[in-house]
Design a binder for this molecule. Structure first.
Ligand SMILES: [Zn+2]
Length: 438
């Protein structure tokens, strides 16, 4: 019986229509998902051992027989890291001739390059399509996708996703919001896919000049704060659904459902682990690609800190969810205040009037004392001491345990104010930096 169900599932995963795939996402029991994942994981390990220089070398160094690997733990401390991708030539990861390349946008330094085949891009689109379909996108809708073009993958995968559903799609790169606004009504777009900050700018224009009927808005989850989301939803009177992914993962690995409580993971094409979990289950998300053959990644350390949500979601999808990313592991700073993530300061600065959204918090050292320094740009001549007082008040109210460490002298709080435009702007400026000496 299970074998028969499994054969049906495998056919649905590869061959059936997108609506059929979504139906399967609700029928397939988690135990079967796990069994399909582990089967694909074993195959991937054997494939990568044969074809990928990097992984083959790692297995030899550790004396691991790929034929005996059944689950991730069997690989011990064999991982693929972002640093490996930066340090080694692409040939060390390529298993067959590539057809496309994309780059990631790092916080600093050179980009990571990830290669794919055409078939792999289209296939990634199929799973994004399932996410769009589950959230209400149907033929007859008109999708506009304004993710950055260039070497950025999201626009392509979204385009293929729309193709799979048979829905109208303009994937147009990232126009200036004011230029785009004048086309919104003309082309009758009713589904928008975009970056959080771009969406906020577009919404500001629409708030003044009028909104059009929008069914649903999709945004990349990175840096979409609660305040941004509430504002955009209010302006358009439409839900904002977030996706989670990266270039390394080949676009999306998870997407929210309309309940908007965590990202449902694409457990058919990826196997997920969390590493070094804390008491609340938060750890670094580690991803193995299960269906890619051009440049597969075995146990890729995303550096994103999150946790699994094990309860079954009320939307009916049986796929597991992860919580919104709490921060980057390489942005986490352990200090007198506790384990600090950028997310903490996002929440502390949320609602503080008169500062720009480009800010940084630095951890410095003075003698043997840690200093938490808020570096803020003042935008409208507001009194700095009022900002200071509000930030302290928010920290006390929203993170009492962090505040308690302050009260008992574990660290000092400092402020540095500057005029708008002082701080470096880029796709991902570092929000929390550790400037203490080793
Ligand atoms: Zn759900």
């Amino acid at each position: 019986m299970l074998a028969k169900l499994r054969r049906f599932a495998e056919r649905a995963l590869i061959g059936d229509s997108v609506p059929a795939l979504v139906r399967w996402g609700k029928l397939v029991p988690p135990s079967l998902v796990r069994s399909i994942q582990l089967g694909a994981f074993g195959e991937m390990v054997r494939y990568a051992a044969r074809h990928q220089k990097f992984f083959g070398r790692k297995l030899r160094e550790k004396g691991i027989d790929p034929g005996r690997v059944r689950r991730p733990e069997d690989l011990g401390d064999v991982f693929t890291t972002p640093e490996d991708l930066l340090r080694l030539p692409p040939e060390d990861f390529l298993c067959r001739e590539p057809q496309v390349v994309f780059e990631t946008t790092g916080t600093s330094g050179s980009p990571k390059r990830v290669y794919f085949g055409y078939d792999e891009l289209e296939f990634a689109g199929r799973y994004e399509a399932a996410g769009l379909y589950q959230n209400g996108v149907r033929p007859g809708d008109r999708v506009v996708c304004t993710f950055d073009a260039g070497y950025w993958i999201s626009g392509w995968v979204s385009f293929f996703a729309c193709k799979q559903i048979g829905v109208f799609c303009s994937a147009i790169g990232k126009p200036r919001p004011e230029d785009f606004y004048s086309r919104l009504g003309g082309y009758r777009y009713n589904v928008i896919m975009a970056d959080p900050t771009w969406l906020v700018s577009l919404s500001e224009i629409a708030e003044k000049r009028g909104v059009y009927p929008i069914k649903v808005i999709f945004a990349a989850g990175d840096r979409m704060t609660r305040a941004y989301r509430d504002y955009v939803e209010r302006v358009w009177n439409a839900p904002v659904v977030l996706g989670y992914g990266s270039t390394e993962a080949g676009g999306g690995v998870g997407m929210e459902c309309l309940r908007r409580d965590g990202y449902h993971l694409d457990e058919f094409n990826f196997l997920f682990e969390t590493l070094d979990r804390d008491a609340n289950g938060y750890g670094e998300l580690v991803v193995t690609t299960l269906s890619r053959r051009t440049m597969p990644l075995v146990r890729y350390r995303t550096r994103d800190v999150t946790r699994f949500i094990e309860d079954r979601c009320a939307c009916g999808i049986t796929l597991r969810r992860v919580a919104p990313v709490k921060g980057r592991r390489d942005e986490m700073v352990v200090m007198g205040a506790g384990n600090m993530h950028p997310e903490i300061f996002e929440k502390v600065l949320d609602g503080v009037e008169g500062i720009s959204d480009v800010w940084q918090v630095a951890v410095r050292q003075e003698g043997v004392r840690d200093v938490l320094e808020f570096r803020l740009e003042l935008t409208n001549g507001v009194n700095p001491s009022a900002v200071e007082a509000l930030v302290r008040k928010n920290l006390e109210a929203r993170y009492p345990e962090v505040w308690a460490n302050h009260l008992c002298g574990m660290y000092r709080i400092d402020f540095r104010f500057s005029p708008p435009g002082t701080h470096e702007r880029g796709r991902k400026p570092k929000r929390l930096v550790d400037e203490r000496k080793e």
